[in-house]
Design a protein. Structure first.
Length: 318
């Protein structure tokens, strides 16, 4: 029995020795990697090599690098990768500010910020462009967009100044921006100045639709000022331009109301009658008929019934 236990013990020791030998041989076959501390220990001397200074570029090299960065930025902007686009445009403006492409990068940088609703940053980009590159072809649109950014930030005074500058820079399209000027002035309670802006815009030679829109704003402002004759005159101007069968009766009804408020019932009656007889199916026809009744005007039974039927007032129409 003792002999058997001794043999088992010797076999166990032999197995342990063989396993230990195998592990040692395996470790010896692997390379030992040096451990590198994340930061130098106290008192240790740094052996890192300082970066080489960036070589000075020639003007032609600056132009080439800036052009490549601009192209990459514009492609990223087109792809919707605004983060990359902004990095590229910033590189152009900060590292290559004297190149011919720098104003382009500055403008597109402002566009990217504007798209991301970063209005403070977009305003900064446009202001930088206007200060650094005032003769750039981007100066005029940057002026307008600076106004839009300032308006989005709630800075109406700065927005007004930019919009007015833009109107001077681009007189052929000044009518459009003068509407924004009028809106801002009206918001600030400067009604006379707003009316002047709308009036100038209406005479700027814009297409019929924006001209009519501006005239309507002006007429509504005149009504707010209780200058009902001026409002009526403006509505008359609109009727000389507008041809839409749904829009004309609306303006006729407002024209009639302006004349009525101005104390001219005869002209008010003429305008109301035009709505009732020329546009009996329009929305303002029923209210115009009621206004005629108050003025004591006569409307024949057939026309009255037509208006009331179209207004779905069937019982009164019978």
């Amino acid at each position: 029995m003792m002999m058997r236990r001794l043999i088992l013990l010797l076999v166990g020791l032999l197995v342990v020795l063989l396993v230990a030998l195998a592990v040692a041989l395996f470790r010896g076959s692997r390379p030992v990697l040096p451990s590198v501390p994340l930061s130098p220990s106290a008192g240790a001397t740094s052996t890192s090599i300082p970066p080489s200074p960036t070589p000075t570029l020639t003007p032609a090299q600056h132009e080439a690098v800036a052009a490549r960065l601009l192209d990459e930025g514009r492609q990223a902007q087109s792809d919707g990768d605004y983060e990359l686009a902004i990095r590229r445009f910033v590189d152009v403006v900060t590292l290559h500010p004297d190149t011919t492409t720098a104003p382009d990068a500055d403008f597109h940088l402002g566009e990217c910020y504007d798209f991301l609703d970063e209005h403070s940053l977009s305003l900064g980009a446009f202001k930088h462009l206007l200060a650094r590159y005032p003769t750039s072809p981007h100066a005029a649109p940057a002026t307008y967009l600076a106004g839009a950014s300032a308006e989005a930030l709630g800075d109406r005074q700065s927005a007004l100044a930019y919009y007015q500058d833009y109107a001077r820079l681009r007189p052929l399209v000044s009518g459009y921006v003068l509407v924004r000027v009028g809106d801002l002035l009206q918001t600030d309670g400067k009604l006379a100045e707003a009316a002047a802006a709308y009036d100038t815009s209406s005479k700027a030679g814009l297409p019929p639709s924006p001209t009519v829109d501006t005239l309507q704003r002006l007429a509504e402002l005149r009504t707010k000022q209780k200058d009902h004759l001026a409002a009526a005159a403006t509505y008359e101007q609109i009727l000389q331009i507008a041809r839409s069968s749904w829009y004309r009766p609306l303006i006729l009804s407002r024209l009639a109301a302006s004349y009525e408020a101005a104390g001219n019932p005869a002209k008010a009656q003429d305008a109301y009658l035009s709505v009732v007889f020329d546009y009996p199916q329009s929305d303002p026809a029923a209210s115009s008929l009621q206004a005629l009744d108050k003025l004591g005007a006569r409307v024949d039974t057939f026309q009255r019934a037509t208006v009331l039927f179209n207004a779905e007032q069937y019982e009164q129409a019978i």
